[in-house]
Design a protein around this ligand. Structure first.
Ligand code: DX5
Ligand code: ZN
Length: 224
């Protein structure tokens, strides 16, 4: 099965004083989806944004708003984020007492559902839910902050997810998030990831199109 490489700029690294401009700029620069990092100061030691911000940015782009919930009690916030205009909602397996129920609720709200695990959490923790998701996200840094260094040990999880997808005839998207840049995107794509989140590697430069193109073409080389 062919899974094209897709680049998801994380707005965590954008200039929040001109978020609309930043989102329009990365869309024009070739972004495939917009990654939205939600942090609550409990599940992770940082606070970012809530449904009002998703609602505010919704009209600025036609791209998928890929909402990554790094929060406790995600169940309580699914409906607000869905109503605000999220297209997909990804929840941490560590934060869900009943992941299957949580994923069902995301679907009941008409959204695509994803599951994610932090670096210390084994890939087997998401295995029971693979036929219930449109996306599995592999964290390649400990969640909480942008600009951290990529942890290469998570590539084994990516390989396992790619193998399970193939063996079981499933079609979930394999996304990777944290420390992704031009210099490691080839190996993450070779390990099986096709959706690459990049915060600082995109917004840290002036020419967003050049940054996105460089990450995409390095990743495409990992596929050949
Ligand atoms: C980390 C977030 C990431 C982060 C990535 O908790 O989930 O999406 O924004 O930022 P970079 O690409 O700078 O590591
Ligand atoms: Zn994220």
């Amino acid at each position: 099965m062919h899974h094209p490489i897709r680049i998801a700029p994380s707005i965590l690294a954008a200039d929040f004083g001109r978020l609309e401009h930043e989102i329009r700029s990365v869309e024009a620069a070739g972004a495939d989806l917009i990654h939205v990092d939600v942090m609550d100061g409990h599940f992770v030691p940082n606070i970012t944004l809530g449904p009002v911000v998703v609602e505010g940015i919704r009209p600025t782009t036609r791209l998928e708003l890929d909402v990554h919930l790094m929060i406790e009690n995600p169940w309580d916030y699914l409906e607000p984020f869905a109503k605000a205009g999220a297209d997909s909602i990804t929840v941490h397996v560590e934060a869900c007492p009943d992941p299957a129920d949580t994923l069902d609720k995301i679907h009941a709200l008409g959204k695509r559902a994803g599951i994610v695990m932090s670096p210390p959490t084994p890939v087997e923790s998401v295995e029971p839910f693979l036929d219930l998701v449109e996306r599995v996200l592999v964290m390649s840094v400990n969640p909480g902050f942008g600009g951290q260094s990529f942890l290469p040990e998570v590539l084994d999880k990516t390989r396992a997810l790619a193998r399970w997808r193939e063996e079981r005839g499933l079609s979930y998207d394999i996304e990777i998030d944290g420390g992704i840049k031009e210099t490691n995107s080839r190996e993450v794509a070779a390990a099986g990831a096709e959706t690459l989140v990049a915060g600082s590697a995109v917004f840290g430069g002036k020419d967003y199109a050049a940054r996105i193109d460089a990450i995409r073409s390095a990743a495409e080389q990992g596929r050949t």
